[in-house]
Design a protein around this ligand. Structure first.
Ligand SMILES: [Fe+2]
Ligand SMILES: [Fe+2]
Length: 290
């Protein structure tokens, strides 16, 4: 498959940052905004379970990878996603103490998405095709996370203006690593299944899953928030609508590029954003994972 304008790929580095977040961030850490905070709280739950899927999907094919460089990149990818899961889950206790039922949502979401829905798909298409679909959904969601990362980290968009600094540090680190490993799962998929149909089905299913489970968590957390009145919510959405519209408008054309037959994640020109971030934030990563 043609890879036009490919930027040299990075080898994902596993880092174990400490942002000092536990019991140490304000409840409405997203610029004091209720809606944006509960949306991000939903992602603090959705991301770790999704990352478990990504690791499973890539591990299914780990033995078939012969290229030593790709093998090493897969190891780095798994190490980074494992750290992302751990770092998001580390703040669940604090979220719970703030009245956000993160574990209750996680239990429902994990069962619904990864047992009920995945189980039904496996029954429908059989185990081999199911593994390929798991990988194609992973690649699609990796394109989402790298694109969201690019927009979130871009100083010109300044999407996290006014955020609690420690929470911003967690989200910026995750964003930069998503850019760093953006092409690993895709390169595994290209070795396993070059079908455009499989790739595009993954994007459709991945889009549905991200929007649906992201939205259900947001609505649940807003509805259960005892520190606000329901009538506060529309104003809270309206306050951040221009910023969210800017983020979505920046993301949509980049997401749609995924459907191009010659698409490769390394064509997305965002590496420098991650490099600049790592260079400026070494203080968080002095202790490297072994
Ligand atoms: Fe991640
Ligand atoms: Fe990722």
């Amino acid at each position: 498959m043609a890879n036009n304008n490919v930027i040299p790929m990075n080898m994902p580095q596993v880092r174990r940052p400490d942002f000092g977040l536990e019991n140490n961030f304000t409840k409405y850490y997203a610029d004091g905004n209720v809606f944006l905070t509960q949306l991000l709280n939903s992602l603090h739950v959705v991301f770790p379970e999704g990352e478990k899927l990504f690791i499973r999907a890539v591990k299914n094919y780990a033995d078939e990878i012969t290229d030593p460089q790709l093998k090493a990149r897969v190891k780095g990818f798994i190490g980074q996603e494992t750290q992302h899961m751990a770092q998001h889950e580390r703040i669940w206790d604090t979220l719970e103490s703030q009245g956000v039922k993160a574990r209750e949502y996680d239990a429902w979401y994990a069962k619904n998405a990864y047992e009920t829905v995945e189980g039904a798909i496996e029954k429908l298409v059989g185990p081999e095709m199911y593994k390929r679909l798991q990988l194609s959904v992973t690649c699609a969601l990796e394109h989402y996370t790298a694109t969201l990362a690019e927009v979130a980290i871009d100083p010109e968009i300044n999407a996290m203006e006014g955020f609690d600094e420690k929470m911003k540090a967690l989200l910026m680190w995750h964003a930069a690593e998503e850019i760093e490993h953006k092409s690993v799962a895709f390169d595994v998929m290209q070795q396993v299944d070059g079908s455009q149909l499989t790739k595009n089905i993954g994007m459709v299913v991945g889009t549905w899953a991200l929007l649906w489970y992201g939205a259900v968590g947001t609505v649940k957390f807003l509805a259960e928030d005892k520190d606000i009145k329901l009538s506060d919510i529309p104003g809270s959405i309206a306050e951040k609508a221009p910023r969210l519209a800017k983020v979505v408008a920046a993301m949509v054309p980049k997401i749609l590029q995924y459907f191009r037959p010659d698409f490769h994640p390394d064509q997305m020109n965002n590496d420098q954003l991650a490099i600049d971030y790592f260079n400026a934030n070494q203080k968080f990563f002095e202790k490297k994972a072994g």
